[in-house]
Design a protein around this ligand. Structure first.
Ligand code: UDP
Length: 236
């Protein structure tokens, strides 16, 4: 029996990159989609928020010299491209996905309408939320927390390169250990980076638990959904 009925999965844009320097790696996106498919087969309702960092990041780097809000809108449009790629790969793998955008681009994807998103999830369709929150100065982590709270997800699953939250950076400190679980308060006290600050505060206020895990570890997503000891659970 899965531990959760409805989940919000946050994938960073980099999760689609594979070993490439930017963009979408075909084999990687297919693998990602198959991991998600495994979870839907368990009867779990899945919503996805995908980032755009593999194409454009407004907050840092790519936008040097640009007006921040304009750069952020470009970043949000990048998430729309990733969402379309993800949904199309899902279609090729025999799944039914719907992309809903926080920014109106109606010839391309339908707009985000909460009741419709809920309906799709109840019908067993995968909903991919595109364009982040629709607002500059935010991130897709915050979009994940926001949409997760809105759709009544039981948990936000934050897919990263590392398989959880560690006592120290495991790349720099070999004695670092993974937390199996940690409370929101402890994570703040210990100054551990789980989601960006806005997203973290929203989850904490809404008592929405977060699980940090590695999407690059085969089968990890399924183990997380089954409630097994995988990644780090941030709890109330
Ligand atoms: N972005 C934004 N508002 C949002 C979500 C995203 O302005 O609500 C922009 C921001 O510039 C960000 C970019 O879109 O840098 C890509 O999102 P993010 O950095 O969260 O992607 P990820 O790191 O997960 O790939």
């Amino acid at each position: 029996m899965p531990a959760h009925k409805r989940i919000l999965l946050k994938l960073s844009g980099e999760a689609l990159m594979g070993d490439d320097a930017y963009g979408i790696n075909r084999a990687t996106i297919v693998r990602m989609v198959r991991e998600i498919q495994e979870v839907t087969k368990l009867g779990v309702e899945v919503a996805v928020v995908i980032g755009g960092g593999n194409i454009f990041r407004g907050v840092a780097g790519g936008s040097v010299g640009m007006d921040r809000a304009t750069a952020d809108y470009m970043g949000m449009l990048a998430t729309v491209m990733n969402s379309l790629a993800l949904a199309d790969t899902m279609r090729q793998e025999g799944m039914t996905a719907r992309v809903m955008s926080a920014i109106a681009i109606e010839q391309v994807v339908e707009p985000y309408v909460r009741p419709k998103a809920l309906q799709y999830l109840e019908e067993g369709k995968i909903v991919v939320f595109a364009a982040g929150t629709g607002n500059p100065f935010f991130t897709t982590d915050t979009a994940a927390a926001l949409r997760g709270a809105e759709i009544g997800a039981e948990i936000v699953l934050k897919a990263t390169k590392v398989d959880g939250v560690y006592t120290a950076d495991p790349k720099k400190d070999p004695s670092a250990t993974r937390y199996a679980r940690i409370s929101f308060d402890e994570a703040i006290t210990k100054n551990l980076q789980v989601l960006d600050a806005t997203a973290f505060a929203l989850c904490r206020d809404q008592k929405l638990p977060i699980k940090v895990f590695s999407i690059f570890k085969p089968g990890a997503l399924k183990r997380v959904v089954m409630g097994e000891d995988e990644g780090t659970l941030v709890h109330v």
